[in-house]
Design a protein around this ligand. Structure first.
Ligand code: DGP
Length: 114
């Protein structure tokens, strides 16, 4: 989608540090890391937020979580623990309206979030 920075990362017109890619999912390092490991896992297809997910996206969401599990293992987080965050909407803290899942780990994470 035009003017979507994550679509531009998907099509390569904006640079990113890619850490995973398949035909429908991409993961890259967050520009403003909040933890030693902070990755963003996104569908290549433009979905603006969790509110736009339909039943037909079930297999795609399964692929996203398979990629998350693979990355958690690769980055040594699987046994120690990690956090998946999805911010939805303005009050949810969403700033980029292309759905993405933050994978955070590598330190003890506190709760509740701010
Ligand atoms: P959220 O607030 O949940 O919408 O998170 C958006 C995240 O995207 C935020 O942690 C910073 C990150 N981000 C924003 N622009 C870029 C970019 O151009 N490249 C990368 N790698 N990350 C970005």
């Amino acid at each position: 989608m035009e003017d979507c920075i994550f679509c531009k990362i998907v099509d390569g017109s904006l640079p990113s540090e890619k850490v995973y890619e398949d035909e429908s999912v991409l993961a890259f390092k967050d520009l403003h890391a909040q933890a030693p490991v902070h990755l963003l896992v996104i569908p290549k297809k433009h979905i603006s937020s969790i509110r736009e997910i339909g039943e037909e996206d079930g297999p795609l969401m399964g692929k996203i979580f398979a990629a998350i599990n693979q990355l958690a293992k690769e980055y040594g987080l699987a046994d120690k623990g990690f956090r998946i965050v999805n911010n939805c909407g303005d009050e949810g803290g969403q700033t980029v309206y292309h759905i993405h899942f933050h994978l955070l780990g590598g330190r003890s994470l506190t709760w509740p979030p701010g």
